[in-house]
Design a protein. Structure first.
Length: 117
């Protein structure tokens, strides 16, 4: 086999393995998120939560963060919720309050986001 062909095949295999690793990480993060959100909801920290962005719709990878929109979280409690989720997940987290979003964006979140239960 030609060295260039062997190298190409090795690079393709490595890229596929990386994508599979990131897919497993994304799957695990979605499970962790569901558990964490359920706990926070049980504590009264929030009412509803939607996952948006690459973790919700695909393409999650090394440069990705977790994008969440929460409803029913008092403004003064937001930082504690963010800290709790960031620490538990061990990843970068963008946490938005639905109440603070423009109406069109909030509507899009409600219809296109993945609600975590």
């Amino acid at each position: 086999m030609d060295e260039a062909v062997a190298l190409t095949q090795a690079l393709i295999k490595r890229a596929r393995e990386r994508r599979e690793d990131w897919q497993r990480r994304a799957d695990a993060l979605r499970v962790e998120l569901g558990q964490s959100v359920a706990l926070l909801r049980g504590q009264g920290a929030l009412r509803r939560c939607w996952l948006i962005g690459s973790l919700a719709w695909g393409g999650y990878g090394p440069r990705s963060d977790v994008d969440l929109v929460i409803e029913g979280c008092r403004r003064e409690r937001w930082a504690a919720v963010w800290q709790s989720l960031s620490t538990e997940l061990g990843t970068r987290l963008d946490l938005l309050r639905l109440e603070d979003l423009p109406a069109a964006f909030a509507e899009r979140v409600r219809h296109e986001g993945i609600e975590l239960s």
